[in-house]
Structures are given as C-alpha cells and as structure tokens.
Design a protein around this ligand. Structure first.
Ligand code: FAD
Ligand code: EPU
Length: 336
C-alpha cells in the first residue's frame, strides 16, 4: 500500500530523520511491476536494510522497500550447491541459514548488516572474502522496460566495493533474487590475521565454518558499533588504492603506514589509519555525532544528528587527509 510522508528514521541504520513523500514495500516481482507502472516518473529509490545510505534531505519521490523473500536450492551435488535467495532476506540470517545447512563460503561475511539484494551492489566484503567469490547470478527488473534480466558474475564487473550497479547501470535495475554457489567441501579462509588470533584464543585448532563465523562475529562486535545502539553505516570511506610509486613516496615520510598489495602496480592503504593519524578518531561534536572511538573509518550519529552534519564532517576529513597525505578518500556510503 502506498504511504505518504513516511518517516524513514527506522529504515536507515544511521537513524537520520528523513521523510519520503511516497513509500511502499513489495514482496514479489509482480507487486514491484505494478508499483513501477503507477509511479508516473516520480524519482525512485530502492531501499534494502538502509545500512549503507545517508539521507541529507527529505526524498521527494517513491521509496520502494524490497521485501522479496525465498531460499531455493536449484542444484546440488556432493561438492556444491546453487541457491537462489530473495533480495529482501536479511544478509546475516542468510549466512546463518547456510552455516546451519553446512554450506560454506559466506561464513567470513557474518554479521554484515543489510539485505541479500544489496550485497552485489558494492560486492560486500570482509575478512578476506567478497561476495564475488560465491556469486553465480542475479535476476533484476529493468526499471524502464519492466523486463527481468539475468546478470552473471562477469556481467556484474565486480571490484573492491564496486559493481556495474554503482557505475554503468546505476539506478536502472531492481535486484530481486541472487544466486550463490556454496561448497560442501569447505575451504576455510582464516588467513586474515585477526581470525587466527581469535580461533587460538578459543583453543580451536581444527575449525569448522561455524567456528569461523563465531570468530568473525566476535571480532566485529569488538570494534564496530552496533547500529541498534549507535547510528552508523559501517565504513564511511573506502580504503584508498594508490600507485606503488605514491606508496614509496609515503613510506619515506611514514614508514609505518599500513599497506596491502592490490594488483601489480597498486597498493591499498588503511583509511582508518590515515584518519586516525590526522587526529579525527573519537572526535565528538555537540554530543551528537562524530568519529567512532574504536574505528576511525566509521562516522556515528549518537543523538539526532542531521545527514548534512555527518556529510560535512566527512568532507572535512577528506580535505584534511588529502592535505596531510596527498591521498583523496572516497566515500563508500551512498548519499541521498
Ligand atoms: P541499503 O543501504 O538499503 O542500500 C544500499 C544501496 O543499494 C542503495 O543505493 C540502494 O538503492 C541500493 N539497493 C539496495 N537494495 C537494492 C536492490 N534490491 N536493487 C537495487 N538496488 C538496491 N559492507 C561491507 O561490504 N563489508 C562490511 O564489513 C560491512 N560492515 C558494516 C558494518 C556496519 C555496522 C554497517 C552499519 C554497515 C556495514 N557494511 C559493510 C555496509 C552495508 O552493510 C552493506 O553495504 C550492505 O550490503 C547494505 O545493504 P542494505 O540492504 O542495507 O542496503
Ligand atoms: N586502523 C587504524 N585506526 C583505525 C582503524 C583501522 O589505524 O581507527 C588500521 C589498523 O592498523 C588496521 C587497518 O587499519 O591494521 C585495517 O583495519 P580493519 O582490519 O579494522 O579493517 P578496515 O580496513 O578498517 C575493512 C572494511 C570493513 C571490513 C573490515 C574487515 C573497507 C572500507 N572496510 O575495514 O568493511 O569489515 O575491513 O575485513 O574496506 C564496511 O565496508 O562498511 C566495513 C565495515
């Protein structure tokens, strides 16, 4: 049912008070198509769990919340399973369901907020795994024609926090189902330092996928704020990718700068380190918003901040980090 002047405060993990002039949810493709036909060229925004967006104004248009559910096994053999999942399923519930069924591949992505349908948007990643590693296909409705189109892994043009849906075809599709190929013969990925440390702490020498998931959950809970308690959208910025030459230059003045190889001629820096070294970590403004005290990449809304206050803080951080290190941070969060 179409609702007017709907508050979106409970629908974004930043907890920003914004309003949509028109709002509806949908739980099937036919339901979605009806809503798309009746929108009369109104601006459109597709909402998942609202965990990667910052509202800076009221939305004068139609917000459609994707609530398509479903978990269907399409193929299965001794080695692997192909599952088709509704875009509206909560991501962490999906991960837990896979673990309960002993399907491996997404355990490192435990506790990432949001829904399955948004996971390909920025190729979600954590602890050494990205969804492109298990992604098989997605089915999306083309907004202007109403046609359903299938995208393969290659079609999605995945990169670090990137996909075709944030670039070439931005705003053109509604993702309705995502297909994942998960393994039954598990190849655990515990190489991300903190996971090994956490497993050792628990005296687990021969972990299973549940152990890895529990370790990841515990690490995440120790440094990331829970959006139910403190408004946030996870990493506000991406980790910047720079040329190897730029890295050499930076290492001369900052020999301890954390860096990771990225392809042959590039390196990734830790944005959290750059922001912390620039003096922003733990800053609180007006007792209402600021930079998280345990993770400088995360901007937080303690109490009734506006989207513009958070956006301006991010602009000041970008400017300062660029002045200090000559590296320009890019936002990960979608600004509306
Ligand atoms: P939303 O915020 O609702 O939407 C994000 C974007 O996707 C919007 O542009 C929206 O229009 C679009 N969109 C959503 N659903 C659809 C759809 N079905 N079809 C078309 N477009 C759609 N991300 C990581 O990658 N790794 C992490 O480790 C991580 N940790 C986080 C920790 C915290 C505490 C928080 C709050 C966030 C974290 N994130 C992380 C970011 C976020 O969880 C992911 O980006 C997640 O995939 C967003 O899902 P969502 O359903 O909330 O998307
Ligand atoms: N660091 C600091 N100060 C900080 C934060 C980090 O110095 O305040 C340094 C630390 O030295 C650490 C390095 O940065 O060695 C990396 O930190 P961490 O392992 O916490 O990861 P991250 O790079 O800050 C990324 C993702 C997270 C993801 C984790 C785990 C991005 C933008 N962020 O954070 O994703 O969960 O790795 O894989 O890539 C998200 O996208 O929203 C998100 C939370």
């Amino acid at each position: 049912m179409l609702q007017r002047n709907k508050s979106l405060k409970a629908y974004n993990t930043f907890g920003i008070d914004s309003t949509a002039s028109h709002y509806s949810s949908f739980d099937s493709i036919s339901n979605l198509k009806e809503l798309l036909m009746s929108r009369h060229n109104m601006p459109l925004f597709i909402l998942g769990g609202g965990s990667n967006i910052l509202f800076t104004k009221n939305f004068n248009g139609l917000v459609l919340k994707n609530e398509i559910l479903g978990f269907e096994i399409l193929e299965e053999d001794d080695e692997a399973v192909l599952i088709k999942v509704g875009a509206g399923m909560n991501w962490h519930e999906f991960v837990l369901k896979c673990i309960a069924l002993d399907f491996g591949g997404v355990e490192n992505l435990s506790l990432i907020p949001g829904n399955v349908g948004a996971s390909p948007m920025q190729n979600i990643g954590a602890y050494g795994v990205e969804i492109k590693d298990v992604f098989e296909f997605l089915d999306a409705v083309h907004i202007s024609s109403g046609e359903i189109q299938r995208f393969s892994n290659q079609d999605c043009d995945f990169g670090y926090r990137e996909s075709i849906f944030k670039n070439k075809v931005k705003g053109e599709y509604v993702i309705c189902h995502v297909g994942f190929r998960l393994s039954k013969r598990h190849k655990l990925n515990t190489s991300y330092g903190a996971i090994e440390v956490e497993l050792n702490k628990r005296n687990i020498s021969n972990p299973n996928i549940k152990d890895v998931s529990n370790a990841v959950i515990s690490i995440r809970q120790s440094k990331l704020p829970d959006p139910k308690v403190i408004g946030n959208a996870g990493s506000f910025f991406k980790n910047p990718i720079i040329t190897v030459n730029k890295l050499k230059q930076l290492l001369e003045s900052h020999p301890d700068i954390p860096n990771y190889p990225s392809g042959e001629s590039e390196a990734k820096l830790a944005a959290g380190w750059l922001i912390e070294q620039s003096g922003w970590k733990g800053k609180v403004y007006d007792e209402r918003y600021g930079v998280h005290k345990k993770q400088a990449l995360v901007l937080v809304n303690y109490n009734n901040a506006t989207g513009n206050e958070i956006l301006n803080l991010s602009l000041n951080i970008i400017k300062d980090v660029e002045q200090k290190f000559g590296v320009r941070l890019e936002r990960e969060v979608n600004i509306l």
